[in-house]
Ligand binder design. Sequence first.
Ligand code: NAP
Ligand code: MN
Length: 269
Amino acid sequence: MRIAIVYNSTGKSNKVYKKLQAMLEENQFTIDQKQPDIVISIGGDGTLLSAFHRYAHILDKVRFIGVHTGHLGFYTDWREYNIGELIESLKTDNGEYVQYPLLDVEVYYKNKMNPTHFLALNESTIKRVDGTLVCDVHIRDEQFERFRGDGLCISTPTGSTGYNKSIGGAVLHPRLEALQLTEMASLNNRVFRTLSSPMVIAPDEWIKIRPIDTDDFVLTIDQVVTNETQVEELRFKIATERIRFARYQHTHFWSRVEDAFLGAKQSKS
Ligand code: NAP
Ligand code: MN
């Protein structure tokens, strides 16, 4: 079994990386950063996002494992003191995994034939900082609304606890195959109107966004930010690709949500 390790720049992650690498070598695992079967990320959810983007071209061959060196994350459920157990699980691995939906983003430019293609694990947002973002939102190929405001966010189920949640989106169980569209500060008055609530679309639907008289905006794909001009249309749908996590232990999704946002020790009275 070939294993790649991705870690963030904190001192703690570096220590855990060294310990893990030594233990993997002791147990005859091959460290292979190029063609791994398993990618272990050490750090936080952000580190796992980076690991995902680094290996996005071989998603059908690779499974991920997240070790957290800070608080419990949504993609990281192993603790550094469980590394011994993790090694044991790797030794008895029989290929088990759990997989989650990803977001497929296509950007069509006015002056180019072929779209640029991205995959997001959490979400994609389009935003404008200098002036209002104006765009037409289509569900499937039907015009739905004209949006005016700061921006829009399209998130995956596992991304629903990220940016989406901060802007009032619902938390979606990751077994649901659905995308969520959430607004950032929409203008709503007698003249301009949007739905104003987060929307969850069905697995066979897609969202198209066409910027109106907007030459420049910011496009984010997870933690990656680009400045866009000359965009004709953006298309968002559930990707055919999936992300797979090696499933050796399982934290119940709602326990994780409770732990992350409410605090496990919170009084229930
Ligand atoms: P970051 O600024 O460190 O991320 C912001 C926070 O979001 C971190 O605490 C991160 O956890 C957490 N996070 C990431 N994915 C999550 C998920 N699926 N569910 C719950 N929390 C999650 O930047 P980053 O670490 O590179 O992560 C990029 C992500 O940050 C974006 O994809 C977006 O979801 C989120 N974000 C949120 C806001 C906002 O809430 N206003 C703004 C921009 C970006 P760790 O500390 O474990 O990394
Ligand atoms: Mn982070």
